[in-house]
Design a protein around this ligand. Structure first.
Ligand code: ZN
Length: 277
């Protein structure tokens, strides 16, 4: 049975889920729940799902490609190397955010029949496993991101970045002080953080952003939470930035000043394709 997916704001997404006992796992009710999780995931474009997302505060998650059921998973980073990807979440519809996570993890869990397994996952599956395991501790990826985009304005892919000469491997000198004023189209709260949305009127890219509410420069206010580092954007793209840290409040219609910097040195964009989990 396909179950409705709980969305941000539902307290179950913020609860710490409890472990499943082997006896409980063997019951028809728990096996049915796992079937429901699989049916629900398959009904979406997502690549992972956690039991709290369908309203069950139990430590069970799915990681797709290939489909794997993890019961009582323990996901432990085994490297300092990290990857970034533009994560999405079935419980935070319409949004994406860049998250940096360890590239390789050890995954210890039970399968749906109670058999223990212990594996090392890397890259995409490692990242999805971490996102899903976070759900069991009441953590959403919005807690870990500093930049979010609306789904229809996700950052350009690697190939697009290369085509316009500002690509992932381009080497350029830093150019500072290019300023741009944008107007806030809307504001909203996601995961308890304030985000503002605005539209770019020309194509470009930026590294650091200085935010200037009300047109008045906030001196020295290089806010760590408003960085669109190394990301290209297209004219007409609607970006959503995290603000509201450091006691700043930004409202619809406010003017923000963005200070743009071209990247310096050789950069690599490590992001994988967009995904939801
Ligand atoms: Zn999720």
């Amino acid at each position: 049975m396909i179950r409705p997916i709980r969305t941000d704001g539902d307290p179950i997404l913020r609860a710490v889920s409890r472990e499943v006992t082997p006896e409980e796992l063997a019951t028809p009710a728990l096996q049915l729940l796992i079937d429901d999780l699989i049916a629900t995931l398959k009904s979406t474009a997502g690549v992972g799902l956690a039991a709290p997302q369908v309203g069950e505060s139990l430590r069970i998650v799915l990681v797709d490609k290939p489909l794997t059921v993890l019961v009582n998973p323990i996901v432990t980073p085994v490297t300092d190397t990290t990857d970034t990807s533009f994560e999405g979440c079935l419980s935070v519809p319409g949004m994406r955010g860049e998250v940096r996570r360890p590239q390789t993890v050890r995954v210890q869990a039970l399968d749906r029949h109670g058999k223990a397994f212990d594996m090392v996952w890397t890259k995409f599956r490692a990242i999805v496993a971490q996102h899903e395991a976070d759900h069991l501790d009441g953590i959403l990826y919005t807690d870990r991101t500093t930049v979010m985009f609306t789904d229809d304005a996700a950052p350009p892919r690697r190939e697009e970045l290369r085509r316009d000469g500002t690509g992932a491997d381009a080497t350029t000198n830093t150019v500072t002080g290019k300023k741009k004023t944008i107007v806030v189209d809307s504001e909203k709260k996601v995961g308890g953080k304030q985000f503002v949305s605005f539209t770019f009127h020309e194509r470009g890219r930026m590294t650091d952003v200085r935010i200037t509410p009300g047109g008045a420069i906030v001196l020295g206010a290089w806010l760590s939470g408003v960085r669109l580092r190394q990301k290209g954007y297209k004219a007409g793209a609607a970006a959503t930035m995290l603000v509201g840290e450091h006691g700043l409040h930004v409202a619809r219609g406010d003017q923000l000043r963005l200070e743009l910097q071209m990247p310096s040195g050789k950069r690599r964009l490590q992001a994988e394709a967009d995904w939801d989990g």
